[in-house]
Design a protein around this ligand. Structure first.
Ligand SMILES: Nc1nc2c(ncn2[C@@H]2O[C@H](COP(=O)(O)OP(=O)(O)OP(=O)(O)O)[C@@H](O)[C@H]2O)c(=O)[nH]1
Ligand SMILES: [Mg+2]
Length: 255
């Protein structure tokens, strides 16, 4: 990975306490030339001000402050459109995904894979949601575990972590596939379409940790958890439809 440069995308909403330490950890771990692009949705907790401060002394850091149309998938796609390097990496900014895994993802890309995914569900990986230690509700734990089984059963069983969100991708892939979704369900679409387009995908194990500071945006309340489940369900049905159309010759990188 010496000749390539890497864009690290960090989507943030209210991560003021995490973002500084995360940027430091990434800079300490990623030894190849890289840029760090923080895409913040105008966080009221001061995340973007913190990044602005860091960017004054760290030339690798860029801030993109979005002031309207908040959303995780929109922020990631916006970052992808701005990213300048051959490989794009993105991850959550709450320390649930260890920066130490980034070099492993990059070395899979250097080996020739098009996509490398940080995975909780391959040997050596672990989901944080063990009922004894997690802050998540037992209901959320059951839903996420069952959701994982259902996706493996219905989609490609050779792939394991359809809701990872921790990924390194070659630019060519992102030129053919634009993200499609609202929250974490965009990842299902990205993986299924990449598989149908025959891109090479590797999964690298990682142990998911509890977020270090701040609040979860995925499912802080039961109604939001149910809404997220419906989004995931709809995306799975949509993917089955796309796979069926593909069988009959339809194009899948239609964006
Ligand atoms: N730009 C942007 N980032 C977001 C938005 N919502 C969430 N994020 C970021 O997306 C990442 C994942 O959000 P989390 O709240 O950690 O979601 P999660 O990991 O499923 O939830 P926990 O397991 O409880 O941590 C974090 O880096 C968030 O700051 C949003 O609307 N806009
Ligand atoms: Mg998180």
């Amino acid at each position: 990975m010496t000749s390539r440069l890497v864009s690290l995308l960090l989507p943030t909403y209210n991560e003021a306490e995490n973002i500084g330490p995360l940027i430091e950890a990434i800079d300490a771990t990623v030894t190849v030339p890289h840029e760090i692009l923080v895409v913040d949705d105008d966080s009221p907790d001061g995340t973007w001000q913190r990044v602005e401060e860091i960017a004054r002394t760290n030339p690798r850091v860029r801030l993109e402050r979005r002031r309207a149309d908040r959303g995780l998938t929109k922020s990631l796609q916006h970052g992808i459109d701005l990213a300048q390097e051959d490989v794009v990496v993105w991850m959550d900014c709450d320390f649930s995904m260890p920066p130490a895994v980034i070099p492993e993802l990059l070395s899979k890309i250097a080996e020739g894979y098009d996509i490398a995914v940080g995975s909780r569900f391959v040997a050596g990986g672990k989901q944080k949601t063990s009922a004894e230690t997690s802050k998540d509700s037992p209901f959320a734990i059951v839903l996420s575990t069952m959701g994982g089984w259902i996706m493996r059963l219905l989609l490609f069983p050779s792939f394991h972590d359809y809701t990872s969100g921790f990924i390194a991708v070659r630019r060519e892939v992102l030129q053919r596939i634009r993200l499609h979704g609202d929250y974490g369900e965009y990842f299902i679409d990205l993986i299924v379409r990449a598989k149908l387009l025959k891109f090479r995908i590797a999964e690298i194990p990682y142990v998911c940790a509890e977020r270090r500071a701040g609040m979860s945006k995925t499912a802080p309340t039961a109604p939001l958890l149910l809404r997220r489940c419906a989004q995931y369900g709809r995306q799975i049905v949509r993917m089955e439809w796309i796979r069926l159309k593909h069988l009959f010759g339809a194009t899948i990188s239609d964006n």
